[in-house]
Design a binder for this molecule. Structure first.
Ligand code: ADP
Length: 213
């Protein structure tokens, strides 16, 4: 799929100063592996001027620094299984206490289970900063698998091989997809069609976000 880097940069530069003046937003970004959460969240972050909290990235960092959490998490991540809730919740809790996240934040790859979602709701309730919306990226499964195999060649992620991809897809359907109903019931869910070019998808996302400001 063609990318258009100059358009990304220009758009972000133009939009950020105006966007940061707006009220803070707390967004949960949900989508199956390969849906483009990583790419789209980076663009959306600079559009909104809010910090990022990606549990996948944090866990990969722990792994590369060979911390005890990283070593433990690797036993799940490398096989496409979810890292147990208590470990993830402690890691996110420590992070959320930081003033950086006091007002706005984009949660990427978190929550991934109903228990994580409930725990996040409780922390945000205590802080008095409820979620603004849950953004779902939805795409055809065959397209997603094709994208991930391409990424595997480029980024060499241990978990981007056919077997682990199938496992991550299965975990998504069983453990994470129920969150869609959870957020729909709270009136927070917005589903974005993730098929098409990166620019097309980004335009759909910003339209949805702007409608909630
Ligand atoms: P994906 O491309 O599958 O969306 P991520 O980068 O979000 O990948 O996550 C990579 C791996 O890290 C997951 O397969 C899982 O093992 C672990 N992980 C990330 N976030 C969570 C979470 N919130 N709860 C449990 N495990 C997680």
């Amino acid at each position: 799929m063609p990318t258009s880097e100059p358009a990304v940069t220009n758009l972000a530069d133009r939009e950020t100063p105006e966007a940061t003046a707006e009220a803070a937003m707390l967004i949960v970004f949900i989508g199956p592996p390969g849906a483009g959460k990583g790419t789209q969240s980076k663009r959306l972050l600079s559009y909104l001027g809010i910090p990022h909290l990606s549990t996948g990235e944090l866990l990969r960092e722990e792994k590369s620094q060979n911390t005890s959490l990283g070593r433990l998490a690797a036993q799940y991540m490398d096989y496409g299984r979810l890292v147990p809730d208590p470990l993830v919740l402690e890691m996110v809790g420590n992070r959320l206490n930081h003033p950086t996240y006091a007002k706005g934040c984009m949660f990427d790859g978190f929550p991934r289970t109903i228990q994580q979602a409930k725990s996040l709701d409780e922390s945000l309730l205590q802080r008095g900063t409820p979620l603004t919306m849950a953004l779902e990226l939805r795409a055809d499964e065959n397209e997603l698998i094709g994208r991930m195999l391409k990424r595997a060649a480029a980024e060499k992620r241990v978990d981007d091989n056919p077997q682990t991809i199938a496992q991550r897809m299965d975990v998504y359907k069983k453990q994470t997809a129920p969150l869609l109903d959870y957020y729909a019931q709270q009136g927070l869910l917005v589903t974005i069609d993730a098929m098409g070019s990166q620019d097309e998808v980004f335009n759909r996302i910003t339209a949805a976000v702007d409608a909630r400001r």
